[in-house]
Design a protein around this ligand. Structure first.
Ligand SMILES: [Mn+2]
Length: 402
């Protein structure tokens, strides 16, 4: 059968697992078993595999889990739903806990999910009752829910949240991960370039969002990086506008924040364009050029050694000096999660991918502008991965009306 997931070489997942054990052991002064829980069927189909589980297993099966146990051999166990054969006609074949699954994922063994609790319990007992899991405080998701569920079910277990420890691993991308990011951004660029020329003839936010999704998923039907934000006129002044259900206002600004994924890795790009393709509204043009200046400052100063705080102070300055309010940070990490985990107090380092997204939001004037690019931090500065996506006024106008 076709094994889904596994965007990276098996050696990468193995290396990540052994590095994770070493990181946790160094931090806890003891070897601790680490548990990652994959999404259930419903969640997986609606959204995507849990990024923590995916990062260490590459497994895209529902109801799976991964135990990395340094207290004994075999160390890495992938748990898979043994399944109900009568369901195959409904859901298709699933990867079973057998030799095929073990070899496909390069783990030490693949076992039935029904054995998970006993084996995790035994591993934790050997580690003094302690078990490491990931619980994102900042943006809780499936792993956090699993953490809480395990805590309630096994009150005697000492659950340790190792998210901050393991995020130090995820925050630095290797060459294969960067290649996936480039692919996601190329797909996003292709989608935007296909849809931008249509916008002067389109009539609703929904059409823009639907066309973008169609293009983003054309080469590989995967998840979008996040639900697109398509905000016409005043809706563009709502930072995470969730509706995309209003008409496009003729000649008014339109904010589009969207991204494709490739290999699970996210693109995160915002462009703010005039619906009719021309920057002929002087106020829109003036604020656009201001945000563009801030975006350029972010680009110029993002380099190893600088902190998010310092970068924010530099890049938002023209916006603050012009008397506008800063409503959000300039940057977040990007990876398997569009808001990837990572310590935002640490200085930037080569291999990080961050957003560069200044914005000005003017609900009273009926528009918002955000210009967002993705930067790869390199040894001596950064590479703007989204450089091919129209951004300068002349580029946007050329893309929209030629
Ligand atoms: Mn972003």
């Amino acid at each position: 059968m076709h094994v889904r997931g596994l965007a990276l070489p098996l050696t990468t997942y193995r290396r990540r697992r052994s590095e994770a054990l070493a990181l946790v052991e160094r931090w806890a002064f003891d070897p601790l078993p680490i548990l990652f829980v994959g999404c259930d069927e419903l969640r997986l189909r609606r959204d995507r595999q849990d990024p923590w589980f995916d990062y260490y297993s590459g497994c895209h099966e529902p109801e799976a889990a991964l135990l990395i146990d340094p207290t004994r051999s075999p160390q890495d166990t992938l748990f898979l739903d043994a399944g109900d054969p009568s369901r195959v006609i409904w859901d298709g074949a699933r990867l079973r806990p057998d030799e095929t699954a073990r070899a496909a994922h390069g783990v030490d063994r693949a076992l039935a999910r029904s054995r998970l609790e006993d084996l995790v319990w035994a591993a934790a007992r050997r580690a003094g009752g302690r078990l490491a899991m990931c619980h994102r405080d900042r943006e809780p998701g499936f792993q956090a829910e699993s953490f809480t569920a395990w805590k309630q079910k096994f009150p005697d277990l000492k659950l340790v949240n190792v998210e901050p420890i393991l995020a130090s691993q995820r925050v630095i991308k290797d060459a294969d991960e960067v290649a996936w990011h480039r692919a996601a951004i190329a797909q996003t660029n292709a989608g935007l370039r296909a849809v931008l020329p249509q916008i002067p003839r389109l009539t609703s936010e929904a059409e823009v969002a639907a066309l973008l999704a169609m293009h983003y998923r054309k080469t590989a039907f995967g998840p979008l990086a996040f639900p697109s934000i398509v905000g016409s006129a005043v809706n563009g002044a709502t930072l995470h506008y969730p509706h995309n259900d209003r008409p496009l206002e003729l000649g008014k600004p339109l904010l589009i924040d969207s991204g494709a994924t490739a290999g699970g890795y996210c693109a995160d790009v915002t462009r703010s364009v005039p619906q009719h393709g021309r920057f002929d509204d002087p106020r829109f043009r003036e604020v656009y050029e201001l945000v563009l200046r801030c975006n350029a400052l972010g680009r110029q100063h993002a380099r190893p050694g600088i902190t998010f705080t310092e970068l924010n102070e530099i890049a938002w300055k023209p916006i603050i000096d012009a008397g506008f309010v800063r409503h959000h940070g300039l940057s977040h990490f990007i990876g398997l999660d569009v808001h990837d985990p990572g310590d935002r107090d640490l200085p930037l380092a080569p291999g990080m991918i961050i957003s560069n997204e200044p914005g000005v939001y003017l609900p009273k004037e009926g528009f918002g502008i955000r210009i967002e690019d993705d930067l790869l931090i390199t040894a001596d500065g950064n590479e703007e991965l989204t450089a091919a996506i129209p951004k300068a006024i002349s580029e946007v106008e050329a893309a929209m009306i030629g």
